[in-house]
Ligand binder design. Sequence first.
Ligand code: SAM
Length: 236
Amino acid sequence: MTERSDSSPGSGSTLRRGLGDAFDTGSTRRYYEEHAEAYARETGSADLRQVWRLLTERLSPRSRILDLGCGAGRDLAYFGRAGYRVIGLDYSFNLLKIARADSNQRVVLGDLAMLPFATESFDAVWAVASLLHVPRQRIRVVARDIRKILKQSGVFVASVKRGTGERVDERGRYFADYEVSEWGGLLGDVGFVDVEIQTMKEERRDLHDNAVQIDWLVSVCKKRSARKMVVRPGGL
Ligand SMILES: C[S@@+](CC[C@H](N)C(=O)[O-])C[C@H]1O[C@@H](n2cnc3c(N)ncnc32)[C@H](O)[C@@H]1O
């Protein structure tokens, strides 16, 4: 694993550790459902150029990308314009309506914990700011399922917030935060290789219009290619 860092340690407000299901992750979904339009406005113009490049520089033209937790479709629109074949999945119907209308790309209503896709069907999976809502105790299963739907040598880009433990933010959303070593270790454990993690900072306004800084971990890695068995003709 390689790490590139330009920031100080994160400062997530950790409420509890290791309680996973004790958090009502239904309130996360409710938040996106009830605030879809506001959320689309809040995130629609985020500057993702550096992160988009992490993926596009590793892909061939027309590659098939799955945007997991696509939200209001900002990245679907970008990848679609860039000529990739994209599909978005999200569990918020209201966000998906916006994503569909604004990006003109295919979207699927679904849960990223139960992926409705065939094995080895994507060249890349893009999960920006979505796996951070998966309860800590389920993240390895989800990461393994993502690996399964990637083609051999497929690319996986994901971002989570830097920190430790689990918390619920003031909007009622559940978050699992990770430090570099834990996130990188987890990706390696479930069979990803060439793991690179960058830390990035984002300035935003919170609900009360105060300036806040978010520390992101952005990972890019690959599904290891299966070894090919070479069978040579001839007897003993
Ligand atoms: C922080 S938003 C990020 C949205 C988008 N990727 C972006 O960067 O703007 C998290 C997104 O993940 C979706 N999401 C969270 N948990 C999910 C789950 N279990 N299944 C499907 N979508 C989920 C939410 O509905 C929301 O759209």
